[in-house]
Design a protein around this ligand. Structure first.
Ligand code: TEU
Length: 510
C-alpha cells in the first residue's frame, strides 16, 4: 500500500543460522547456506528475513554472546558472504534484518577484556562493576538460564562483582555511559551502511538497570530490575538513527515483559520501537478464551497509540507451537491461519512452515545452557539420508521427528502439505489489502470458535478458527467463498456455514 511502511504488510521469517542450511558440510549452518536457499523463501512468499546472530562469538550462548559486533564468525562465513546474501536477497525482493545484541557482550569482547584488566582501565565503566566481598553478591538478582545462580560474578584479580543478566560469559554493558552509547550506535551504522533493512533488538527493555541495584520480589523474572525511563531515551535515539536512513529501516524489539501494556510503552509516542514482540500470546495455551483475552489486550493497548502489533508462535527460545499444543498437525495448521490473519506483522520461525515438531535431543547431545535445543534442530531439506546437510560431519543437533517425510523436498511435492498451506496463506495475504492492513473486528461465534472480519475499503475477509476437535456451525451472514482452509477442504467452493473440528478458514466474497 502506498504511504504505509513495508514492515506493516510484511511477513518476517526468522533464520537461526546454525540450523538453517550448511554449505560447507561441517554440520553447522552458515551464511552461504542461507544464500543458496533463498529460492525456498521466495517460493514460500515471505517478505523479510531476520537472521539470528552470526557475529564473531565464543558461542557460550550460540552467538548471543558477541565478541565483535561488526565481524562475521568464521563458522558462518565472511563479511563478503554477508554482502552477497544481502544483495541477492534484495534482488529477490526480500529484506534482511540482523539481530543486534546490545544488552551484553561476550566476556571475550576486547571491551570487556580491557574493562576487566584493572579498576583504572579506561573501559572499566563500560560494564557494571560493583564493590563487595567475594562471599556476598551485591543483591538477590538471578541469572536467566539457571534461575538459581546469581546474576553477578566475582572478579578475584580486581576485587569487584560484575553484572550479567544471562551467563557469566555475557557481561552487561553500561548503557548509562555515553561512550558505550556512541560505540553501539556505530555498530548500528556499520550494518545500515551495508544495506540491512533493520534490526531485531535483543532484550531491549533491560538496557539500563535500576539505580542502586535494589533487591526484587522475583529475582529471576522481575522487571523492577530494569524497564527504566532511561532505556526509553536510549531507544528514542536508536529510532532517530534508523529514521535518518532512507528506506524505512525497522527496529523490532524483543521486549521480554509479559504485560502487553508494558510492551506497548516501548512504541513510545511513535518515536521508539517500530515494532515490539508481545509474548503473552506465545505463552497462551491453544484455548479460545485465552486467545480472545490476549488479542483484546493488544487491541486495547496498541490501537490508542497507533502501535502496530506483531504476532509470533514459535522462535529459537521456546518449544515449537505444534509441540506446545500437544503435537497435533491439525492444530498447528489452524494456528497458522490465526497467526497469518490477525492485524499486525507475523513472524515465522524456520521450519514451522513444514509443521516441524521439536527434536527429541538425547542427554549426551544437549548443548544449550537454557535447555532450548529442541526447537533449534536442523531444517531437513530433502529426502536423502543427510537431508541436504553434509556427509562430512553430523549436524550439530539431531533432526526433528519424521524428517524423511517432513522435509522441504517431500512437502513441496505434496499439495496437501503444511508447507503448501503456508504458501497459500501468504499468497492470500498478498492478494488482500484487508488481511495485511485492514481493521479487525470480532464476529459472534459459538464456544470454542474465534471468528473475525478484516476490512479495508471494499476489501473484506472473514476468518473462522475452530479451537475444538468437534464440528461447529458458524453463520457469518451473506455469501462467502473458502479462500484458504487449514486442511485444504472446500477451497474455492461456497462456505456452507460450518467448520470441521480443528479447522480454520479464510473466507472471501464470491
Ligand atoms: O532472549 C531473552 C530472553 O529473555 C529469553 O532468552 C528467555 O529468558 C529464555 O529463553 C528462557 O529460557 C534473548 C535471545 O532470544 C536468547 O536466545 C538469548 O539467549 C538471550 O536473549 C540472551 O542474549
Amino acid at each position: 500500500m502506498p504511504g504505509e511502511p513495508w514492515w506493516k504488510s510484511a511477513v518476517v521469517y526468522q533464520i537461526y543460522p546454525r540450523s538453517f542450511a550448511d554449505s560447507d558440510g561441517d554440520g553447522v549452518g552458515d551464511l552461504e547456506g542461507i544464500r543458496r536457499h533463498l529460492d525456498h523463501l521466495e517460493w514460500l512468499g515471505v517478505d523479510a528475513v531476520w537472521i539470528s546472530p552470526f557475529f564473531r562469538s565464543p558461542m557460550a550462548d550460540f552467538g548471543y554472546d558477541v565478541a565483535d559486533y561488526c565481524g562475521v564468525d568464521p563458522l558462518f562465513g565472511t563479511l563478503e558472504d554477508f554482502g552477497r546474501l544481502v544483495e541477492e536477497a534484495h534482488e529477490r525482493g526480500l529484506r534482511v534484518l540482523v539481530d543486534w545484541v546490545p544488552n551484553h557482550s561476550s566476556d571475550r569482547h576486547p571491551w570487556f577484556v580491557e574493562s576487566r584488566s584493572s579498576r583504572d582501565s579506561p573501559k572499566r565503566d563500560w560494564y557494571l562493576w560493583v564493590d563487595g566481598t567475594a562471599d556476598q553478591p551485591p543483591n538477590n538478582w538471578k541469572a536467566a538460564f539457571s534461575q538459581t545462580e546469581p546474576a553477578w560474578t566475582w572478579d578475584d584479580a580486581t576485587g569487584q562483582w560484575y553484572l550479567h543478566l544471562f551467563l557469566p560469559q555475557q557481561p552487561d554493558l553500561n548503557w548509562r555511559n555515553p561512550d558505550v552509547v556512541g560505540a553501539m550506535h556505530e555498530t548500528l551504522r556499520f550494518w545500515l551502511d551495508r544495506g540491512v533493512d533493520g534490526f531485531r533488538m535483543d532484550v531491549i527493555h533491560a538496557l539500563v538497570k535500576k539505580e542502586g541495584y535494589p533487591d526484587v520480589d522475583d529475582p529471576w523474572l522481575s522487571t523492577d530490575r530494569f524497564d527504566e525511563p532511561a532505556t526509553h531515551e536510549r531507544i528514542r535515539a536508536f529510532r532517530r538513527l534508523l529514521d535518518g536512513y532512507p528506506g524505512d529501516r525497522v527496529s523490532v524489539g524483543e521486549v521480554f515483559i509479559l504485560s502487553t501494556a508494558k510492551v506497548a510503552e516501548y512504541y513510545g509516542d511513535n518515536d521508539e520501537l517500530h515494532l515490539a514482540f508481545n509474548f503473552p500470546p506465545l505463552f497462551a495455551p491453544w484455548d479460545t478464551a485465552k486467545w480472545r483475552t490476549r488479542i483484546d489486550r493488544v487491541v486495547e493497548e496498541f490501537d490508542p497509540r497507533g502501535a502496530w502489533p506483531t504476532w509470533v508462535l514459535s522462535n529459537h527460545d521456546n518449544p515449537r507451537h505444534r509441540t506446545r499444543y500437544g503435537g497435533s498437525e491439525a492444530t498447528a495448521r489452524a494456528a497458522a491461519v490465526l497467526l497469518l490473519t490477525l492485524r499486525g506483522t507475523p513472524f515465522l520461525y524456520q521450519g514451522e512452515e513444514l509443521g516441524l515438531l521439536d527434536a527429541d535431543v538425547p542427554p549426551d547431545r544437549r548443548v544449550d545452557p537454557g535447555g532450548r535445543d529442541g526447537s533449534r534442530a536442523p531444517i531437513p531439506w530433502d529426502v536423502s539420508p543427510t537431508h541436504g546437510w553434509g556427509d562430512r560431519a553430523e549436524p550439530w543437533l539431531p533432526f526433528p521427528p519424521e524428517a524423511d517425510v517432513r522435509n522441504v523436498e517431500a512437502e513441496r511435492a505434496d499439495p496437501t502439505s503444511v508447507l503448501h498451506l503456508y504458501r497459500r496463506l501468504l499468497a492470500a495475504r498478498h492478494d488482500s489489502d484487508a488481511l495485511r492492513l485492514g481493521t479487525w473486528q470480532q464476529l459472534p461465534s459459538p464456544d470454542g470458535v474465534l471468528a473475525y472480519e478484516r476490512v479495508l475499503d471494499d476489501d473484506r475477509r472473514v476468518v473462522i478458527v475452530n479451537f475444538t476437535d468437534a464440528d461447529r456451525t458458524v453463520s457469518v451472514g451473506g455469501d462467502w467463498t473458502v479462500d484458504v482452509a487449514s486442511d485444504g477442504a472446500g477451497e474455492g467452493g461456497r462456505y456452507a456455514g460450518a467448520v470441521a473440528g480443528d479447522q480454520a478458514v479464510v473466507l472471501r466474497p464470491p
